[in-house]
Structures are given as structure tokens and as C-alpha cells.
Design a binder for this molecule. Structure first.
Ligand code: UD1
Length: 450
């Protein structure tokens, strides 16, 4: 008989009350990815690629983003047992095992999930993930008899002896799906909180002489996020993990503590990252790249041997190709800086192509927006854009063309042409001395009057 698959039920109907947020707590981001997506990624890595996500009514409109997973809406939050019942009633889970996890507990590792699932392979009807937090407080306690979990008692319903038990319920549980469905239908809410406790299913299993086991999981994997402070702690944890992984993969982080990574940041080898750099989502860095400090990147790619920063901002759609240079106080958006091109100082390049080996002078601006629509600037290979050039898009500067300093380019410049704006300079001979004397006299008068 082939092993039945496992389907996860992800409980995510909790309100954001303690977050004081209009956004559901599971949708707050850690390293650029919603908390619940970290849980789904762990499930996937553990081989569970089918999940039913239980949403609250406020999040019902988020259903599409969870595809291919299914979602159900728990209209009234009547407890964890009720949430699982709603999920199982709405889905055809057949013979599958059901793994219950929380959408607000992002660090659960695939290894821990697999260890828990192992109990089902060994014939247990249910298995619970326990942990021993330093301060058990409000957690449910696992009441065990040898290897068997006889029941789970909620802190609000526990005796003082039961509260002295250190082994707590993480909330993660796997069970025979058919049995679990029957058990959650039999739950009562005659308890301290007046809720349908999922935890009561363990007593039901014991009453049926079923085997119930537990695995003790690492405390740091079972950290749940309820508040903004929890979110900040979780961000710190995840950043440290990503920094360590980047360094282990061959990246030098000069100051790891001030380098912020996203869940999907990728690096080649021998990349050096200076302090105070933020990698937003969607950033890919090649090999032998030098990123000076104080940079901010989002949805951008940086090719091999490129140099970027300090103080560069690469916005979505930016591609800095091999050996290109992007220097200080440069903002680039939706633009390709081709191989070996240089954009070194105080420049905005938006909606543009900067051709191979072109040089962009200090203070160049692509005027890409006329207040209504965005237009493209195309700069040819080997072009040289003089300092303080304004390129009024849509406009093309041909291969090898030159623009003079301070030029406003409104018309296309042919290949190899030099474009200048003719506003003749006037030199008024000898007037500087008189001008200075006049200014000084004004200043002296003001000083006397004050
Ligand atoms: C639950 C467990 C407790 C365990 C603790 C671990 C029960 C009865 N108690 O406590 O033994 O130590 O988790 O954190 O299961 N949720 C829903 N719908 C609901 C209620 C909750 O989706 O109607 C979700 C929440 O969003 C959250 C999770 O279930 O992700 C746990 O709910 P929470 O209220 O935090 O847990 P407790 O019931 O306090």
C-alpha cells in the first residue's frame, strides 16, 4: 500500500489585534516575504506541497495569492479545533494525513516537520510537536505517560501540578486525516476559554486506544509572531541566518549587522558588500562584484565584476551588466547599464538603455516623465554624455555620440555626432572687481546696522 500523502492545514485566521494593524499578522513581512509564506516554504522543503490555508474574513480577498494552495475562510474564530474543522469540511482530503501548523510561526524547519511525520510512518494515529520554552506561561502542556501523550491541557484549564510541566504544545500536530475529521467534529467548547480546542483530540485518540507520540522541537523554531516587537525579533533572527548563509557561500560582508538581505537575494562568488546596504526582494548579484556601502537595491541584477556605490540606489527593473560602474548618489530605475558602461556621479537614469562602454557625466538626468507618461531614453554604445546633460525622453543618442556639458537634449543625436545647446556665453571684461566691491559694501552696511 502506498503511503497516503500529507496535506497541511495552515492556521492563519488570527486577527492582528496586538500588531495594531489593518494588515493580517501573517501578511507582515520578514526579509521581504510574508510570514505565512515562510511557513509554506518550509512545508514545501519538507515535501508537503499541498496546503489548506485557513483565513479570517478580513483576509478572504487574499485567496488568489495562495494558489496553488487552497484557502478556506473561518468566519467566526471559535478556536483552533474549529479552524481545522472548517478546513477539513471544505476540502476533500481523502486518505491523506493532516499536518496542522500555524501561519504565524515562520521558523519551523523542514527537518523538524519530517521528524514529526515520521511518527505516522511508525503507526501513531497522531503526533504532537512539543517544546520546552524558558517561560511556559500560557502554552498548553503535554501530559505524557512514557512515550504516549495522554492529553494536552490548556494553561487556562490546568491544575498547578499540570502547570509545572515544562513540555509545552507548539500547536503543530500530525494525525490520520480520517480520524482527525471525526475528532474535530466531536469537540466541545466547555472549557475556560469557551473555544473548540484542537488539543482535545489527543484525549479522544487515547480514549480509542490510539497511539499518540511527540517530538521535542527546538525552541527557536517555534517562535510565534503576535506583536511588532516579535516581528522585529524575528527579522533579526532571519537576517542573521541569511547573512551567515551568504558568508558561507563566499560573500564578504564587511559589516554583517548593517547588511540587510531578502529571502531571495542571490550572490555569485567573491562579492564584497560594504556596510549599510539593503537588498530588497528580487536582487541577483553576479561574481566578483564590489558593492561599496550605503546602497539600496530592489528587483535589480548586477553582473559579474561590476562596481556599485557607495550611496547607489537601484530600483526595480535595473540591470547593471558585466564590468559596469555605478557610482555615488546615482539612482537607476528600469534601465540597462550595458557592459563596461559608467554612471559614476550624481545621476538619475530611468526608463533607459545605456549602451556598452558609454560614459555618463556627473549630474546627468533622464527626464523620463512628462507628468502623464513615462518615455524611454536610448544611449548608444560608446556615447559620452557631458556633465549636467538633461535627456528629455523619448530620445536617442547614437553610438559614439557626445553631448556637451549642460546640454538639454530634446532631439535625437545621430551616431558619432556632438550635440550642444547654443546659448552663447558673454564675458564682461574687468567687471568682477567692481562687483565684489559692491557686494562687500552692502555686507558692511548690514553689519553696522545690526
Ligand atoms: C494554542 C494551543 C496551545 C499551544 C499554543 C502554541 C489550542 C487550544 N491551544 O494556544 O496548546 O501551546 O497554541 O502557540 O490549540 N487560530 C485560527 N482560528 C481560531 C483560533 C486560532 O486560525 O479560531 C490560529 C491563530 O491565528 C494562530 C493559531 O491558530 O495562528 C494559534 O492560535 P492562538 O490563539 O495563538 O493559540 P492558543 O489557542 O492561545
Amino acid at each position: 500500500m502506498s503511503k497516503p500523502q500529507t496535506i497541511a492545514v495552515v492556521l492563519a485566521a488570527g486577527m492582528s489585534t496586538r500588531m495594531k494593524s489593518d494588515i493580517p499578522k501573517v501578511m507582515h513581512r520578514l526579509a521581504g516575504l510574508p510570514v505565512v509564506d515562510h511557513v509554506l516554504a518550509s512545508l514545501d522543503a519538507a515535501g508537503i506541497n499541498e496546503a489548506i490555508v485557513v483565513l479570517g474574513p478580513e483576509t478572504a480577498d487574499q485567496a488568489d495569492r495562495f494558489a496553488p494552495h487552497t484557502t478556506v475562510v473561518q468566519t467566526e474564530r471559535l478556536g483552533t479545533g474549529h479552524a481545522v474543522r472548517v478546513a477539513l469540511d471544505a476540502s476533500n482530503t481523502g486518505e491523506a494525513d493532516i499536518l496542522v501548523v500555524y501561519g504565524d510561526t515562520p521558523f519551523i524547519a523542514p527537518k523538524t516537520i519530517k521528524a514529526l511525520l515520521g511518527w505516522r510512518q511508525e503507526g501513531a494515529a497522531a503526533a504532537v510537536l512539543g517544546f520546552c520554552p524558558a517561560t511556559p506561561h500560557a502554552y498548553g502542556r503535554l501530559i505524557t505517560d512514557g512515550d504516549q501523550v495522554s492529553r494536552i491541557v490548556e494553561a487556562a484549564d490546568a491544575s498547578s501540578d499540570e502547570l509545572a510541566v515544562g513540555l509545552c504544545n507548539s500547536g503543530v500536530l500530525v494525525a490520520d486525516g480520517r480520524k482527525l475529521k471525526a475528532w474535530v467534529h466531536a469537540l466541545k467548547n466547555d472549557n475556560a476559554k469557551g473555544e473548540y480546542y484542537l488539543t482535545d483530540v489527543i484525549a479522544f485518540a487515547n480514549a480509542e486506544n490510539d497511539t499518540c507520540r511527540f517530538t521535542e522541537g527546538p525552541v527557536d523554531e517555534l517562535f510565534g509572531i503576535d506583536t511588532r516587537a516579535d516581528l522585529a525579533v524575528a527579522e533579526g533572527i532571519i537576517q542573521n541566518r541569511y547573512r551567515a548563509a551568504a558568508m558561507a557561500g563566499g560573500v564578504t560582508l564587511i559589516d554583517p549587522a548593517s547588511t540587510f538581505l531578502s529571502h531571495d537575494t542571490t550572490f555569485g562568488t567573491d562579492v564584497e558588500v560594504g556596510p549599510f546596504t539593503v537588498f530588497g526582494p528580487g536582487v541577483t548579484i553576479g561574481s566578483h562584484v564590489s558593492i561599496k556601502g550605503f546602497c539600496h537595491f530592489e528587483s535589480a541584477t548586477i553582473g559579474d565584476r561590476a562596481t556599485v556605490g557607495p550611496y547607489a540606489r537601484l530600483r526595480p527593473g535595473t540591470a547593471v551588466e558585466t564590468c559596469a560602474h555605478v557610482g555615488n548618489f546615482v539612482e537607476i530605475k528600469n534601465a540597462r547599464i550595458e557592459e563596461g558602461a559608467k554612471v559614476n556621479h550624481l545621476t538619475y537614469i530611468g526608463d533607459a538603455r545605456v549602451g556598452k562602454a558609454a560614459n555618463i557625466g556627473a549630474g546627468t538626468i533622464t527626464a523620463n516623465y512628462d507628468g502623464f507618461s513615462k518615455s524611454l531614453t536610448d544611449i548608444g554604445a560608446g556615447a559620452s554624455i557631458g556633465s549636467n546633460t538633461v535627456l528629455v525622453a523619448p530620445v536617442t543618442v547614437g553610438d559614439g555620440a557626445i553631448t556637451g556639458a549642460g546640454t538639454v537634449i530634446r532631439k535625437d543625436v545621430p551616431d558619432n555626432a556632438i550635440a550642444v545647446t547654443d546659448a552663447a556665453q558673454k564675458n564682461r571684461e574687468g567687471t568682477a572687481k567692481a562687483y565684489r566691491a559692491q557686494r562687500k559694501a552692502i555686507k558692511d552696511t548690514k553689519r553696522k546696522d545690526s
